[in-house]
Write a protein that binds this ligand. Structure first.
Ligand code: ZN
Length: 231
């Protein structure tokens, strides 16, 4: 039974983090909708993971509302390539930022999400941003999210609450949270995190190349979670 009389919009990519955030929101709010973005990501396969994950969660959660998909690929492509939106190598670029950094991405996604939430009458906006396992993305920082909340509320004259349940968790704790919500098998079998879009190689922690930074973080968190659970 949801605990708070409020509605939520979850930024849902089909990855491990946003799936865990969706389960978190479904446990809290009586009505939850999802938004996904097609932004030319090289791991576009994650977009195909969304529907089966939603279908699985809908079987146990009657409060899962409609899904919305926004295509911002053309706009981002016009701004230039990054390793997340092209085949460029994934590495640390100039200024210490990873080449997978898409400048402005989370700022754009949150702005689109708030615009939709405004129209749909939704107050909570939930995202899987995380500062702990922070891949070096400045737009995942807590301060960035807090500043966005202020800007969106001022600019749209609403009282949106931006919620980031994973902000201070590491990947081990994210796996533990998935277990708490009973979605471990769903996360392993259905979610997608690998930057390279690999859905061929199946590991104990799910599908992926096993080598890109996203796979390494996911695999490492999984083995630490398993070791902790066994202890
Ligand atoms: Zn990978």
């Amino acid at each position: 039974m949801p605990r708070f009389a409020d509605n939520a919009l979850v930024l849902f990519s089909g990855g491990q983090d946003s799936t865990t955030c969706l389960a978190w929101a479904l446990a809290r709010y009586p009505h939850v909708e999802t938004i996904g973005f097609s932004y030319g990501q090289r791991h576009a396969v994650e977009m195909q993971c969304r529907a089966p994950i939603r279908a699985a969660l809908a079987r146990t959660h009657a409060n899962l509302g409609p899904d919305h998909v926004i295509d911002i690929a053309a706009g981002l492509a016009a701004l230039g390539a990054t390793a997340l939106t092209s085949d460029a190598p994934i590495e640390t670029g100039p200024g210490g930022l990873p080449t997978t950094f898409v400048p402005g991405r989370n700022l754009l996604l949150l702005t689109y999400a708030a615009a939709l939430a405004w129209r749909r009458g939704l107050r909570r906006i939930v995202g899987g941003m995380c500062e702990t396992d922070f891949s070096g993305y400045p737009d995942c920082r807590d301060d960035t999210i807090k500043a966005m909340q202020l800007a969106l509320n001022l600019g749209m004259q609403r009282r949106f609450v931006l919620e980031t349940p994973l902000m201070w968790l590491d990947k081990q704790q994210t796996w533990a949270m998935a277990a708490e919500f009973g979605i471990t098998d769903l996360v392993i079998g259905q979610t997608h995190t690998c930057y390279r879009g690999d859905r061929v190689h199946r590991h104990a922690w799910g599908y992926g190349c096993g080598e890109c930074p996203a796979c390494q973080l996911r695999a490492d968190g999984f083995s630490r979670w398993q070791a902790g659970a066994a202890a």
